[in-house]
Write a protein that binds this ligand. Structure first.
Ligand SMILES: C[S@@+](CC[C@H](N)C(=O)[O-])C[C@H]1O[C@@H](n2cnc3c(N)ncnc32)[C@H](O)[C@@H]1O
Length: 164
């Protein structure tokens, strides 16, 4: 049976978060909560969040079988966005998720109608692509899509925050 560790998932979902993507929003991540970076990738994302001073759980357990920490801060596998958001709604888990801006138009995001707050990065986030744990030859970290930080139950002062 395919699992999230198999190569097909790795091929399509392994876009690693650069450190600046978490630095961008460090002022909006709570310091008094335990952060669950729920999607492991190469493990660096959790390290970056720890480096920024947060208390972070970051392991390679199956997200759908787990419920850890107080707030999810992660860049999830985009191909499973629907299932992930349905699970988060079921858990009523606060989150900050990096996802493509186009996801706002999906039907499943309507699960959170009037409850989502957005942080909009000033510049496009360029993820590091990996295939089976390796950066593909010739990959230039030049993404062709934009993302938002989608926030749920984060009590931001504004519903849309434009980062400077
Ligand atoms: C877009 S990558 C980002 C990794 C890391 N969160 C980061 O920000 O650098 C998403 C990762 O989720 C992992 N993944 C896919 N399905 C998963 C599941 N059911 N449970 C936990 N991790 C999963 C994939 O292996 C992939 O590396």
């Amino acid at each position: 049976m395919a699992t999230f560790k198999t190569s097909s998932f790795l091929k399509y979902d392994d876009y690693m978060t650069p450190k600046y993507a978490w630095e961008n929003i460090k002022d909006y991540i709570p310091t008094d909560k335990i952060i669950w970076e729920a999607f492991m990738g190469d493990g660096k994302s959790g390290e970056y969040l720890k480096d920024l001073g947060f208390d972070v759980i970051h392991n390679d357990n199956d997200f759908f079988e787990s419920n850890e920490g107080d707030v999810i801060v992660s860049n999830p596998p985009f191909s499973k966005a629907k299932e992930i958001l349905m699970r988060l709604k079921e858990l009523d888990k606060p989150f900050i998720l990096i996802l493509p801006s186009s996801k706002i138009n999906t039907q499943y995001f309507r699960l959170f109608k009037n409850e989502i707050q957005l942080i909009i990065p000033k510049k496009r986030i360029h993820f590091e692509k990996q295939i089976n744990g390796e950066k593909p030859e010739g990959w230039r970290n030049a993404c062709n899509f934009d993302c938002f930080y989608y926030c749920y139950k984060m009590d931001l002062k504004k519903d849309i925050i434009w980062l400077d």
